[in-house]
Design a protein around this ligand. Structure first.
Ligand code: ADP
Ligand code: MG
Length: 577
């Protein structure tokens, strides 16, 4: 392996040469305490930046064994170090053409997921992955600047972000312990007979609609469970914590406008992931399979059986295999629910703010004016109890506008001035005193939802001469092959890194799950959606995130099968049998 001093000499030698001269730095370099791997050198100053990887041995990193003793601890520590390095790297900039001198690591943000920016082994070794824009003036190298960047700045960043001496011991422990506790909380939900838990003292509101950090204001109301819903759970590090347990069945969150209903639901939907200490939601957890469903008009739908909710469309359109390039509010919400069930959810989350009104409810007067024969929709209010009783699927719904749901609710929580109250008994009394007078519109039991089999050729990752093309140009768009997938309505996507991984997950699905599966007659066999998701999960479990992208990139984060399914279901070329 060549030595770091040779790297410095080489870079200085190529000062002012054509940009391609940088190709010579490709490969591993030995520094005094670690190695630097130059995995890919960019072809020109405007191309995708150069990819670098640091390998730091455990004795140099020198973190205590408690930082990586369990998988959950290692993930918490790795996310903490990645944030620290990403923050420090933002201060590094160069001068020159394009992204000259820019050093970037993917910042994990508020959530703690398995990610590829910083990987921590079970023995305490670290691997850190980041990119640099190799400095240039026009198309000429700035070798001296590059030398300073790689042989001076990078070691400085390592010492200021990636080793034990750079951090307060208590802070590292907090990140490891908090993550371990969050896993422990979530794993207790089943035994406790709960679908979600919100600890007392949690801070739920966010800084803004586009900023996931906690709202900082003197007027933030800390969460305090109603007495009747309070449970105590024991954590490996924090000891006993108390908070609100959300039971299975149908739970309503009611209350006046601007009283914190949606904020509570959003915390619950985000509770499928762990959060960093200080986030305010680090002890808010929900079942891993909780899925937020919403109306999303204009999306495409491919062969979904929405007949339980919508039947008898104009011109006899088939709703047992409903397909459209342009869904309405109600058909998109129905499809989202059936797709979530297909992927295996047992907890649906619904907010009236993002629902189609006619999908949610049809009141007595409307039933009189528009008889059921003229109305294709069986509203959700007539299905939500059945979903729980027949399929074991619970639902948490935010509702301020329709009291018709009181008849079907098991638990009712009222938000008043950001504080939750258990008003279940009151709600039952109101429901008895004031009957809605509506007749149920449920004519048939819930459909059994026949399997959808994915036609292999309908998931095509290629674009032009590239076998696979995946890009994430902004927070809501996934470019996959020649297609653009709008994921703006898939609220539980945690980050762009996760979205990129989902894109690569679709590539994996196309290349390793759909491709090459042929029947005896030589016709490509089409696995059903759930089996296809299972297969991707198995590959990821076996080989880790690098199975998604063999080039060892640092900008991927783990995803759930539900978000992979959401991307697949929004792919406009998708065809099912
Ligand atoms: P609703 O859904 O009931 O209309 P939201 O959840 O949208 O209300 O909350 C309304 C506003 O109040 C938002 O700006 C939100 O950030 C803020 N908010 C929510 N919960 C709290 C809280 N616990 N403390 C302070 N502000 C909050
Ligand atoms: Mg709201």
């Amino acid at each position: 392996m060549r030595d770091a001093s040779e790297l410095a000499t080489l870079l200085k030698q190529i000062e002012g040469r054509g940009y391609k001269a940088y190709k010579q730095i490709s490969g591993p370099w030995r520094f005094s305490d670690f190695t630097l791997h130059v995995d890919h050198v960019q072809g020109d100053p405007f191309a995708d930046p150069t990819r670098l990887r640091l390998k730091l041995p455990a004795d140099f990193v020198a973190l205590p064994d408690s930082a990586y003793r369990t998988r959950a601890r290692a993930l918490g520590t790795a996310a903490f170090l990645a944030r620290a390095f990403a923050r420090a790297a933002r201060g590094v900039s160069g001068s020159g053409t394009g992204k000259s001198g820019e050093l970037r690591m993917e910042d994990p943000g508020q959530t703690v997921l398995l990610q590829t920016a910083v990987l921590m082994s079970e023995h305490g070794d670290l691997e850190a992955r980041f990119t640099v824009g190799l400095p240039a003036q026009g198309r000429r190298t700035l070798g001296r600047q590059a030398s300073g960047l790689l042989t001076t700045r990078v070691p400085e960043l390592v010492r200021s972000a990636l080793i034990a001496a750079a951090h307060d011991t208590g802070e590292v422990e907090a990140h490891a312990a908090t993550n371990e506790d969050a896993d422990a909380l979530r794993s207790q939900l089943g035994d406790q007979g709960l679908v979600a838990f919100v600890a007392d003292g949690s801070l739920l509101p966010r800084r803004s609609g586009i900023d996931d950090r906690p709202l900082q204001s003197d007027n933030v109301v800390a969460f305090r469970s109603p007495e009747s819903l309070r449970v105590e759970l024991e954590l490996p590090n924090a000891g006993v914590v108390s908070g609100m347990g959300v039971p299975p069945g149908v739970t309503l969150i009611v209350g006046g406008g601007f009283n914190g209903k949606s904020t509570l639901l959003r915390a619950i939907q985000s509770g499928v992931y762990n959060h960093r200490p200080g986030d305010g939601r680090e002890r808010v957890v929900s079942r891993r399979d909780a899925v937020k469903v919403r109306a999303e008009d204009r999306r495409s739908v491919s062969g979904v059986d929405i007949s339980s909710f919508i039947d008898g469309l104009p011109f006899g359109q088939d709703t047992k295999r409903f397909a459209t390039e342009n869904a309405s509010g109600s058909t998109s919400q129905a499809a989202a629910i059936v797709e979530a069930l297909e992927a295996g959810t047992r907890l649906l989350l619904v907010d009236e703010d993002t629902s189609a009104t006619n999908f949610m409810i049809r009141d007595r007067r409307m039933q009189q004016l528009v008889p059921k024969e003229g109305e294709p929709i069986t509203p959700f209010v007539d299905r939500v109890q059945e979903l729980y009783e027949r399929r074991g699927v619970s639902c948490v719904l935010v509702l301020g506008g329709s009291g018709d749901y009181l008849d079907v609710a098991d638990t009712v929580i009222r938000m008043t001035d950001y504080a939750p109250w258990d008003v279940t008994e009151e709600a039952k009394a109101v429901a008895t005193r004031i009957p809605t007078g509506r007749a149920t519109e449920r004519k048939q039991p819930l459909s059994t939802f026949s399997l959808r089999h994915v036609q292999p050729r309908s998931v095509d990752a290629s674009k032009g001469r590239r076998a696979a093309y995946v890009r994430v140009p902004d927070d809501r768009t996934l470019l996959f092959g020649a297609e653009t997938i709008d994921l703006g309505g898939v609220e539980q996507i945690a980050s762009r890194a996760q979205m990129r991984a989902i894109g690569q997950g679709l590539v994996l699905l196309a290349a390793r799950v759909l491709e090459g599966r042929t029947t005896e007659a030589g016709i490509p066999a089409a696995p059903d959606v759930a089996s296809a998701l299972d297969a991707v999960e198995i590959l990821l479990k076996q080989d880790g995130l690098d199975v998604l992208e063999p080039r060892k990139v640092g900008n991927l984060a783990e995803f759930r099968r539900f978000e992979l399914a959401a991307a697949l279901n929004r792919l406009r070329t998708l065809k099912v049998e």
